[in-house]
Ligand binder design. Structure first.
Ligand code: CMC
Length: 428
């Protein structure tokens, strides 16, 4: 980190604050001494100008539409790599050698089974429970079953917990789906790939053989790769904040899942497909664009806009191409895909969206592919959580190992009543 300074003057004070430069991206002003020097806090609701940590994992340039995992562009990883390799890269910082890749995949594979007693948790939920509600509950409950990987001060236990989370998430996700359909749970199969095993657990039934379609397996792997990490977004920041108190990794990831669930974040893929269904036909698009621009209408174009990207989300570009291929391969003709393509075309040409730099994000096309693959809409955000788990655990590991790490404790601008005396009931 470089040591330039920024002078801050006002309220009768003048102080110098250090400026740090990363390897790429905007510089940051180090305000850690601000309160001790001035008695003032910064105010930044939504953290639009706040860097909460130092990280070496993922870099985004929102203006240029660039996303790098450990320095590698997402489009290259999507084309040339696979999800297991990307998991290794995110966790360890480098692409694995052949031997490292094989060992990593083996280690993940051998953690895919769930403690049998965890199966009983599912029957405590209503059959019509949203699978994200089940995910929050069951992932949080893992801490009650894997005590031997909850000591966050032991680096080996941290790795075991991380592997367990990456490995068991597909099993839990598929079980949440099977429970809602009333079908029996399907156990993991070690000879299958990570994506293939998940599809098998999702769609196989005991009464007939299920063969994993390689086109779907590749599409699944691609979707996992594209969602694997995204620097300090709401759910990742939630994981870091929960973890900053020393909470165990299973509890932290459950907190991340809860944050991801919201429609402004991971819940947008489900909301986007519901919106495309509501639009229904191309001729109704102008009406919905009009509503999205109307400030008195709460409706927003789901799958559009991003806090960081002010250009095309590079993940949406990859997914648009993949959606085309998957629909062709599966010989599915989905009118919603036509609606999506036309909606994108019309919105990006519209002055409102142009001026506010609102472009399709990752959630815009993922739902179309997932629907073609046979996933119910309620599972879309679950798949996001499954894929993002590696990002969460990588960020959590980085935070726990960071020597400057402290409990996350923001302050506030208090605008409530100043101190006043209690008024007895009879005098109010
Ligand atoms: N449709 C219509 N107008 C929009 C949209 C949209 N999708 N997104 C932003 N705007 C407008 C917004 O009304 C505001 O206008 P004004 O400046 O006149 O008040 C301006 O654009 C800036 O929006 P913002 O809400 O202040 O921006 P933000 O950075 O706080 O929000 C966002 C980012 C992603 C929450 C928002 O764009 C949104 O709600 N998009 C729809 C939901 C969505 O697709 N979310 C998925 C995000 S990508 C995956 C993930 O992170 O999980």
């Amino acid at each position: 980190m470089s040591e330039d300074k920024m002078k801050l003057e006002g309220d009768g004070k003048s102080i110098d604050l250090p400026i740090h430069s990363g390897t790429v991206g905007p510089k940051v002003i180090d305000i850690r001494s601000l309160y001790s020097q001035t008695g003032m806090f910064t105010y930044d609701p939504g953290y639009t100008s706040t860097g909460s940590c130092e990280s070496k994992i993922t870099y985004i340039d929102g203006e240029a539409g660039i996303l790098l995992y450990r320095g590698y562009p997402i489009a290259q990883l999507a084309e040339k790599s696979n999800f297991m390799e990307v998991c290794y890269l995110l966790m360890y910082g480098e692409l694995p050698s052949k031997e490292e890749a094989a060992k990593f995949e083996h280690d993940i594979t051998y953690h895919t089974m769930l403690h049998e007693q965890l199966n009983k948790f599912f029957s405590g939920f209503r059959r019509d429970a949203h699978p994200m509600a089940i995910m929050v509950g069951v992932v949080g409950a893992l801490a009650a079953f894997y005590h031997d990987s909850t000591d966050i001060n032991d680096p080996h236990q941290r790795i075991i917990a991380s592997y367990r989370l990456i490995a068991k998430m597909p099993t839990i996700a598929a079980m949440a789906h099977k429970y809602s359909t009333g079908q029996p749970f399907v156990y993991p199969k070690n000879e299958l790939s990570y994506a293939g095993n998940f599809l098998n657990m999702m769609f196989a039934v005991p009464c007939e053989e299920y063969k994993v379609n390689p086109v779907l397996e590749n599409a699944m792997d691609l979707i996992f790769t594209l969602h694997a990490d995204h620097e300090q977004n709401a759910s990742t920041s939630t994981v870091r904040l929960a973890g900053s108190s020393g909470a165990n990794p299973f509890a932290c990831i459950a907190a991340g899942i809860a944050s991801l669930w919201g429609p402004a974040h991971g819940g947008a893929n489900e909301a986007c497909l519901n919106m495309l269904g509501e639009i229904g036909t191309v001729d109704r698009i102008p009406e919905f664009i009009r509503r999205a621009k109307d400030k008195s209408d709460p409706f927003r174009l789901m799958g559009f806009g991003h806090r960081v990207y002010k250009n095309f989300d590079p993940r949406a570009t990859v997914l648009k191409k993949a959606a085309d291929q998957v629909l062709k391969e599966l010989k599915v003709s989905d009118p919603l895909f036509d609606v999506a393509k036309k909606l994108e075309e019309m919105a990006v040409e519209d002055p409102y969206f142009k001026e506010k730099k609102l472009y399709p994000n990752v959630d815009f096309y993922s739902g179309i592919i997932l629907k073609a693959m046979g996933f119910p809409t309620s599972m879309f955000t679950v798949l996001f959580a499954l894929a993002r788990t590696v990002g969460w655990v990588s960020q959590w590991n980085e935070m726990v190992a960071d020597p400057v790490q402290k409990i996350g404790r923001p302050r506030q601008l208090y605008t409530g009543e100043p101190e006043r005396d209690f008024v007895p009931m009879g005098k109010r």
